[in-house]
Write a protein that binds this ligand. Structure first.
Ligand code: SAM
Length: 297
């Protein structure tokens, strides 16, 4: 791996996750989105002396290499390149029948966003890619250059919550072929009124880039699939903790935790403190929800 990358990912709501997820000192926990390993490390540390274990998975083989280095000192961690959508297959292979906790930290890792060459960021000029799993077929290039205008507009509106979605989709279609992140930024710029470009708190391309990333990685479909089987993987009393950064994801999690008879939500959502947001602005839209598997002990 020779990509330039200097900034480390700061795990969001770290103490809150560990305090709420780890309830059994000798339990087995799965970090379904291990990333650079920040949450995995804190969970592993908490249960190291008491016989607990963490299974960490991620679809991104590059980010997993960083996690391997960061977690070298933890013999109670096992890492695998796997999608959380296929977690039942992995647990079957490992002959683990039930686990005591599941963590999903949605969104992108700093490595993916800030490292060179992955096409996630509007701040660099790179080929349009945005795949978290480098083996999957669908790329941002395909979405941007082949999807019909209406479908693009719906994606940008729904996943990006972008008011000017129709205008942006039209401009994308007019400016095809679009091969790089900079060309995509330019197509977005042409679609937006002057004051939207200059007065928005965040970069004017943020919402459209987020929407395309969610589509490329099928993030909402994957979360919905995961929520449908996850409660069956938990021991009675087992916990599931999900950090989301998007209102559609949070709505799905909230609805499932409230209505799935296998689960009982533990309190309302937890948001980062002012101090955490000041230290790590990426955390500002994070919401942590935790639920417990109901059942007979
Ligand atoms: N908690 C991590 C940490 O502290 O370093 C950061 C996780 S980062 C926000 C989200 C991670 O989820 C990314 O590394 C991404 O590759 C991974 N991911 C996305 N979709 C996935 C999936 N379907 N299965 C497994 N990992 C996935």
């Amino acid at each position: 791996m020779n990509r330039i990358y200097s900034e480390r990912h700061i795990p969001v709501l770290l103490k809150e996750v560990v305090d709420n997820l780890v309830w059994k000192p000798d339990g087995v926990y799965v970090d379904c989105t291990v990333g650079e390993g920040g949450h995995t490390k804190a969970i592993a540390e908490r249960i190291l002396e008491t016989g607990g274990k963490v299974i960490g998975i991620d679809v991104d083989s590059e980010v997993l290499q960083i996690a391997e280095r960061n977690l070298e000192a933890y013999p109670n961690v096992q890492l695998f390149k796997f999608s959380y959508v296929d977690l039942p297959v992995l647990l079957n292979l490992l002959q683990v029948h039930k686990v005591d906790g599941l963590l999903v930290d949605l969104g992108v890792s700093t490595y993916q966003l800030k490292g060179e060459g992955r096409g996630f960021s509007f701040n660099q000029d790179e080929p349009l890619d945005m795949r978290m799993n480098l083996e999957s077929e669908l790329t941002a290039h395909h979405v941007v250059n082949t999807y019909p205008e209406d479908r693009l507009a719906d994606i940008i509106y729904n996943y990006g919550e972008e008011r000017f979605a129709r205008r942006i989709a039209h401009s994308i279609v007019q400016n095809r072929p679009i091969n790089t992140t900079r060309e995509l930024v330019e197509a977005i710029r042409k679609a937006l009124p002057y004051k939207e470009i200059h007065n928005r708190k965040r970069h004017f391309a943020t919402k459209t880039f987020q929407a395309i990333r969610i589509e490329v990685n099928k993030e909402l479909e994957n979360l919905a699939k995961f929520l449908s089987f996850a409660p069956d993987l938990l021991t009675p009393g087992g916990r599931i903790a999900i950090i989301s950064f998007h209102s559609l994801e949070d709505r799905l999690v909230k609805h499932t935790f409230k209505n799935d008879p296998r689960l009982e939500p533990l309190g309302d959502f937890i948001a980062p403190s002012m101090e955490e947001i000041a230290e790590n602005p990426r955390s500002r839209s994070a919401k942590l929800r935790v639920a417990r598997r109901v059942g007979i002990f």
